[in-house]
Design a protein around this ligand. Structure first.
Ligand SMILES: [Zn+2]
Ligand SMILES: [Zn+2]
Length: 788
């Protein structure tokens, strides 16, 4: 997948002058962007040879520098092909051409050593899926790398997860400790070889090796660790696999027993588990796969793609425990040679979930992995190439004709996202608390970190601070401005406020969401922002989450929101949706709720609820919230889907997963105007749901009407705000818009009403996208508006 619209073919920079009129020409070319670690220099070398040019190419601190001399026509064609035939993983930002006087003695074209002066503007590459040529070599019994799981070339293999520093050369990667054998060195030094300067290149004679460990970390004496691991997986054992950015826990996805054992040991009760299938055909046996989804599955980033399950049984059955009660499965294709070998050996889908206990970050170092995963895995399949940077798998889905990244990590990180404007000084944007991601800004480029999990976990917090230090080192960048959320309890906020000698930019949570959506689309304009999520700290100290803003990158006005209801028991109401259902029923019916002939009311613990509601009336432990996420929770509980959740957004996911009969009507919802703000009477939605349940309308149909009602509320509120403001552009953001059922309805409805709609693609609508929004806002601020 092309990660977004910001990557374009090289353009001539401002210094390109008219080429000379003589027959011979010479030019100096600077190519900026992701051009190191993607086979760019050998590509330039071969191109120069093809056109019989003299000169040189080298890696510099700003990108790749080319000095080329030859026939004028040849130079012209060289420049054209430099743009049109570059390696697939190169991401050229800018190509600047300066014409020079021909030397008439440029000599044969050569590759020169890296130069390292001046301020760096390098772009580290992301990890690259093994290429088809390497796969063919691995499968060829006559090839010296036959069956070797660590082969790679200039166009594929590990990058971000093995780089210690830039520029990208072997000595600054975790391959530094492996001395190349004569044959590998020969390839590495030969400009015509496809492994010319392939920094992590390796072969069975000189490269990393596999080993099999038992649950206690002792090396097992087996002839073929790979085959032994395959055999263990076939018999239902759990194997921890060392991968690119950390450990996976793998087991046979078709074995109910293996899957439930993994769940039990991992203390992961209900969260869906990702799976790896051998091929696109394998994915199609389990799920319905559109062309767009197929392209996303096969893209070089190889994310986990959420795909709709086939209803009719076909191919192999997946154990129920993989994704309980959900309509989607998370599937990915292999991306390392080792994974290809494993899946070929097994020929059935594997559960491949992050190697961690519940909320901890992914394990990536042997000792740590054995200590933490020893109670989960029966065996460890490891290798001796160190992982420098931990990095989870990315998660994406295909929505509304385009990819939507839900968790941005391996394969995407650290590719930069380009802002519409330039930051005067380096910025650190700290992001949020859950699904945490931070960002560093250099000029117009935003470098987002990989997904780093929930900072409430001590290990995750340490991983987060380590990752900040590492990326700063990699980019050689010291932030002068630090942007952060308003929530005083977020660890990212506390961290930001402790930093001295920097300017602080506090950014409201939902403003950051909308700014993130703008930056995701390369837009710098004032829009109607619809920011719906579970929780975000409001400027009034309340819990916001169903917000309508008039916003741009400089500021926002809260012009509408969902009606506020109490969250009985505070945080507990997030884990126990029944509390929200009761709070909404009370908002809709008052004391008359007790008389409703609802299953929910019958199972409600009256005495517990009486205590809670009395406390809420007195304002005790019941913060007021306008959260859209809590409304989803309440409706899910009323419908009997669940009263308690094991993880954030579980109830909302199950509501989305209901069957989708045509929504024949929407519930009547009042939009009130209070102090110039539009208040959506969400209690009216709950009343509509209750009346349907009492009338015996099926759960699936209520779910459809509920989603349609929310889309309708969006269109009506935006219509009213358009009249007030004259704005006709809408940005949709916040975790609720991971729900593609709602997203599709809202985008369609707004489109029909004449709005231009922006949605997320490159970064998640959830809190994983906050850092981009904070970064865009901080980059836009003038110095006099920044608080010290
Ligand atoms: Zn390759
Ligand atoms: Zn070798």
């Amino acid at each position: 997948m092309a990660p977004g619209p910001c990557y374009r073919a090289p353009q001539m920079g401002p210094s390109a002058a008219v080429p000379p009129t003589e027959d011979r020409a010479r030019c100096r070319i600077l190519v900026e962007g992701v051009v190191q670690g993607v086979g760019f220099r050998p590509f330039v070398y071969r191109l120069a040879e093809k056109h019989r040019l003299g000169g040189s190419v080298q890696n510099g601190r700003h990108g790749v520098l080319i000095d080329a001399e030859g026939d004028r026509d040849a130079i012209t064609r060289f420049l054209e092909e430099l743009g049109s035939t570059a390696p697939a993983s190169a991401r050229t930002r800018r190509t600047t051409v300066t014409w020079a006087t021909p030397l008439h003695d440029a000599g044969a074209f050569r590759i020169e050593p890296s130069v390292g002066d001046g301020q760096p503007t390098l772009f580290p590459a992301s990890d690259l899926t093994v290429c088809t040529t390497c796969l063919a070599e691995m499968g060829d019994p006559g090839n010296r790398r036959h069956g070797y799981p660590f082969l790679n070339c200039t166009e594929c293999g590990p990058r971000f997860t093995i780089i210690r520093a830039m520029p990208y050369d072997r000595e600054r990667t975790s391959m530094a400790s492996f001395a190349m054998c004569a044959a590998c060195r020969e390839e590495y030094k030969n400009p015509r070889d496809r492994r010319f300067h392939a920094e992590p290149t390796a072969c069975p004679a000189c490269g990393p090796r596999l080993a099999l460990l038992d649950a206690g970390g002792r090396v097992l004496d087996v002839i073929n660790p790979l085959q032994a691991a395959v055999a263990a997986l076939q018999t239902g054992q759990i194997v921890a696999l060392k991968g690119l950015g950390g450990y996976h826990l793998a087991c046979d996805a078709t074995s109910t027993e293996a899957v439930s054992r993994l769940r039990r040991r991992k203390a992961r009760d209900a969260k869906p588990l990702a799976m790896m299938v051998r091929s696109l055909d394998g994915a199609r046996q389990l799920c319905v796969v559109s062309d767009g989804e197929a392209a996303l599955l096969q893209s070089v980033a190889r994310p986990i793609v959420l795909l709709e399950r086939r209803t009719s049984p076909a191919g192999q059955d997946v154990a129920d425990g993989v994704a309980p009660r959900l309509r989607h499965l998370g599937l990915m294709l292999p991306y390392t040679p080792l994974q290809y070998l494993l899946l070929e050996g097994l020929d059935r889908p594997l559960v491949m979930t992050s190697g961690n206990r519940s909320d901890e970050p992914i394990a990536y170092q042997e000792g740590d992995a054995v200590e933490r995963l020893g109670g989960i895995a029966d065996l460890f399949l490891v290798h001796d190439r160190p992982i420098e940077v931990r990095c989870d798998d990315s998660v994406a889905r295909f929505a509304d004709g385009a990819p939507l990244v839900l968790r941005r990590a391996r394969g995407y990180v650290p590719l930069a996202i380009t802002l519409a404007h330039e930051a005067a000084e380096p910025i650190l944007a700290c992001g949020g608390e859950l699904k945490s991601v931070f960002a560093l800004v250099r000029g117009r480029e935003v470098f987002l970190s990989q997904h780093l999990g929930d900072l409430g976990d001590e290990r995750a917090y340490r991983a987060w601070t380590d990752a900040i230090a590492h990326l700063q080192r990699l980019l050689e960048l010291t932030p002068r401005v630090v942007a952060h959320d308003l929530h005083p309890g977020y660890r990212a906020t506390v961290y930001a406020r402790m930093l001295d000698g920097v300017r602080h930019v506090p950014v409201q949570h939902h403003h950051a969401h909308i700014a993130s959506c703008l930056a995701d689309n390369g837009v710098d304009a004032r829009v109607i922002g619809v920011a719906w999520d579970g929780t975000g700290y409001g400027t009034d100290g309340h819990v916001w989450g169903g917000e309508f803003l008039l916003a741009d990158l400089e500021g926002f006005e809260r012009v509408g929101s969902f009606q506020e209801v109490p969250m009985p028991g505070g945080e507990a109401a997030i884990r126990e949706p029944w509390r929200m259902a009761a709070a909404f029923l009370h908002a809709a019916y008052g004391e008359a709720m007790d008389g409703l002939d609802l299953a929910f009311v019958q199972r409600l613990d009256r005495s517990a609820w009486r205590l809670l509601s009395r406390a809420a009336e007195q304002g005790l432990n019941a913060p007021r919230t306008s959260s859209a996420g809590r409304l989803f929770d309440a409706v899910a509980s009323l419908l009997g889907l669940r009263d308690r959740v094991d993880f954030e957004a579980q109830a909302a996911m199950e509501l989305e997963a209901l069957a989708e009969p045509e929504a024949d009507r929407v519930y009547a919802v009042n939009l009130e105007q209070i102090h110039g703000r539009t208040i959506v009477r969400t209690a009216d939605i709950v009343r509509g749901v209750v009346e349907d349940i009492l009338a015996g309308v099926g759960v699936d149909r209520v779910g459809s009407r509920f989603h349609a009602t929310l889309a309708d509320v969006t269109v009506r509120t935006c219509g009213r705000l358009r009249e007030q403001s004259g704005l006709d552009r809408v940005a949709l953001s916040g975790g609720v818009f991971q729900n593609i059922r709602l997203l599709r309805l809202a985008v369609d409805g707004l489109g029909r009403a004449g709005f231009q709609v922006y949605t997320h693609h490159q970064v998640p609508p959830n809190d994983g996208g906050l850092a981009l929004g904070q970064a865009a806002i901080a980059a836009r601020l003038r110095e006099d508006r920044i608080s010290l």
